[in-house]
Design a protein around this ligand. Structure first.
Ligand code: HBI
Ligand code: FE
Length: 292
């Protein structure tokens, strides 16, 4: 669909625990569509923007060995150019051939339902703006570096790619059932901050870890955070922080496990969650070692 949305329809998402509005431009003179997608405004990147991307890419790529999962390391070159912000169409030629996914540009965080709907249609929303040099090390909202470098390589893995689509389908249903916030925690603890056990040790597959300069070491190696085997109820009960390293991570054995976990109808889980209290980040329940 190519009709630009009425400006009033496309409002920024209020997301996580932030009290500021998202910073993207959600009107762009009518260029933002009703599904929140927009053209990637490639021409507006400055030489400094491309330089920021190049420096982020170089620094992050250098610390992947032994910390990032094999699927991520294998697919990273599929992003193409490293010395400037890639054009999304270039990536789509390869991504669509690999798993049938495509990336679409968005002006920033978007509300839950349109977000879930894009995923259910195998379209991954990628923020097109890039952080300013003074935010080089840390940014709360996703920018093009987080979305491309962190998320897109994993979409080249066929099983993980199917999981993300199924998550989007489940999200639409959760939204109808008023359980969107609970399901969003599953996204957080898998797609954003998930760990996987490989035969050669623990590795990161979550984009929030893979795109962060400090969190890779913290998540995979540090003795500080708790690591728990992924359990749907446990993860959906656990609140999260958006402005510090995570205090707990959930570990999967393989991507097929994620896909299988999300096959059943979640309605009974949402019912159970209504009477189970939330668990604060970093808290262990009786019997948990936190050393998965
Ligand atoms: N919008 N652009 C963008 N990127 C996200 O990761 C995102 C979003 N909107 C909502 C959202 N994530 C969350 O609700 C997900 O947890 C499920
Ligand atoms: Fe993300």
């Amino acid at each position: 669909m190519d009709t630009p949305a009425a400006a009033a329809v496309v409002t920024p998402a209020v997301y996580g625990a932030s009290d500021r509005p998202p910073r993207g431009d959600y009107s762009r003179g009518g260029a933002v569509h009703a599904d929140y997608t927009c053209p990637q405004d490639w021409a507006s990147y400055t030489p400094a923007d491309h330089e920021t991307y190049k420096r982020l890419y170089e620094r992050q790529a250098a610390q992947l060995p032994g910390l990032a999962c094999d699927a991520f390391i294998k697919a990273l070159p599929s992003l193409g150019v490293k010395d400037r912000i890639p054009r999304f169409e270039e990536i789509n030629e390869r991504l669509h051939r690999a798993t049938g996914w495509e990336i679409v540009a968005v002006p920033g965080l978007i509300p839950e339902l349109p977000f879930f709907t894009l995923l259910a249609n195998r379209k991954f929303p990628v923020t097109d703006w890039i952080r300013k040099p003074e935010e080089f090390n840390y940014i709360v909202e996703p920018d093009v570096f987080h979305d491309l470098f962190g998320h897109v390589p994993m979409l080249f893995d066929p099983v993980f790619a199917d999981y993300v689509q199924r998550y989007g389908q489940g999200g639409i249903k959760a939204h109808e059932l008023g359980a969107g916030e609970k399901l969003a925690r599953l996204y957080w603890y898998t797609v954003e901050f998930g760990l996987i056990r490989q035969t050669d040790g623990l590795r990161a597959y979550g984009a929030g870890i893979l795109s962060s300069v400090g969190e890779l070491q913290h998540a995979v190696r540090s003795g500080e955070p708790h690591r728990l085997p992924l359990d749907l109820l446990r993860a959906m009960r656990t609140r999260y922080k958006i402005d510090t390293y995570q205090a707990n991570y959930f570990v999967i054995e393989n991507f097929a496990q994620l896909f299988e976990f999300t096959a059943p109808d979640f309605t009974p889980l949402y019912q159970a969650l209504e009477v189970l209290p939330d668990i604060p980040p970093g808290v262990l329940l009786p019997g948990e070692s936190g050393k998965a």
